[in-house]
Write a protein that binds this ligand. Sequence first.
Ligand SMILES: O=P(O)(O)OC(CO)CO
Ligand SMILES: [Mg+2]
Ligand SMILES: [Mg+2]
Length: 280
Amino acid sequence: MANLQSIMDHAVAVARKAGEVVREALSDDRKVMMKSSAVDLVTQTDQKVEQLIIQSVKEKFPSHRFIGEESVAAGEACVLTDDPTWIIDPIDGTTNFVHAFPFVAISIGFAMNKQVEVGVVYSCLEDKMFTARRGKGAFCNGEPLAVSDQTDIQQSIISTEFGANRDPEAVDKIFCSLRNILSLPVHGVRGAGTAAINMCLVASGCVEGYYEIGVHVWDIAAGSLVVSEAGGVLMDVDGGELDLMSRRIIAANNRSIAERLVKEITPFRPPRDDSPPQKL
Ligand SMILES: O=P(O)(O)OC(CO)CO
Ligand SMILES: [Mg+2]
Ligand SMILES: [Mg+2]
């Protein structure tokens, strides 16, 4: 039986170390490479930080498994089993990092039996360490977090992202959802440029709801626990149960805001994170 407190302590320590590396790299030249498209970016710092986290966890927990964004990009399988698994996004907000736009997170989730037990999101340029353990609450720099108590979507801020999908049909659907939500009207629509920080903003009570289609399991694993432990709710964009591998999420302060978002979102289904690689 894994000791969840020692896992949490290790995740926090390694996230802090990773944050230092990211902050230092901001003053260097950032060599940008492309992944799936010209707007899906990666840097050597993403790769270096992922290796640093995985090496450090392997030394302490040699039997644990990993799903890491850059390891998957390099060809590793993206499969969540019942085994203890660390789900890592070394830099959530790489585009922000490339442009020094000041919201960049290290996201580390730990799951067992396919359930996230520990979530750590380190917003490293703000020096905010968000932590959650299932059943034990969510915190920012040690202070307890609670979602907003707003139930009226017209009095709400909603956050979302446009993502890296430039397929015209997907873009149309993204804009259709956005137009519906803006026209309710809501107080405002925001986007921090990182899924993990958007979710921590919901957990902190300053954003009522966040939704996105196109995220990956490493973007949302840790943040989803921070939201639910702060009293929020998670669901699929069609109102069903959240599936971490489905690349779709609503994270909201309460069920009434989440269900209102479901009514306004035009859903679509990107290929799942755990779908077998396409044969060429
Ligand atoms: O910067 P990253 O890790 O590619 O993540 C993006 C979404 O995939 C922002 O959340
Ligand atoms: Mg990410
Ligand atoms: Mg990333």
